[in-house]
Design a protein around this ligand. Sequence first.
Ligand code: C5P
Length: 231
Amino acid sequence: MSGQPPVITVDGPSGVGKGTLCQWLATRLGFHLLDSGALYRLTALAALRQGLALEDENAVAAVAASLDVRFVARADCSPGILLADEEVGDRIRGEDCGAAASRVAALPAVRAALLQRQRDFRRSPGLVADGRDMGTVVFPAAELKLFLTASAAERARRRYKQLSEKGIDANLESLANEIAARDARDAERAVAPLKPAVDAQILDTTQLDIPEVCDWALKWAIRRLGLMENP
Ligand code: C5P
């Protein structure tokens, strides 16, 4: 190990269950959590609110560099996200912010502006980092790299269920189309495209439920980080 707190990276496409796994793993291990997608979503929201064109790379990168964001624990222990003191956790989860996030995430200057901010999340006793390029770019020397996949149809179905449970109106077909478009943008972009690190452990979760995925990840964490079974 590097002498720094250990990092577990969890990468993969949208709707694959990374968020649920990362929250579970961070709680289970007592580690910090980096939701890197939230930083791209917040950048997109702040840029739109300032009336910027999402293609205006320098202006959007300036927004990313000066984001006034705080991640806090809500009373029910779920993560809250404050943008200039306004709670925007639910606002940024919408598909509109997801699509806008993947547009600003394709801009190299925006990614560069967010790089150090993401690395600063590495604090004792350790970090679980959720994203697309955690294992390839942000933490290339991470102690453990996980990469989740699932069929696009299954991911659309999961997102639909998640939104319905929150009482948010959604349409399965348009969700599937949005997921396919976002996948293509994330995988085909020139900087930090979505792909597993060469040393990542890959799991196809299409046929698995959440406890099975969590169990797989915990076994890897115990093996790689030398953790005890019941920390
Ligand atoms: O993970 P989440 O769906 O919140 O991410 C929103 C968008 O942010 C993704 O579609 C992707 O374009 C971008 N993103 C990224 N790199 C990351 C995390 C997210 O490009 N590490």
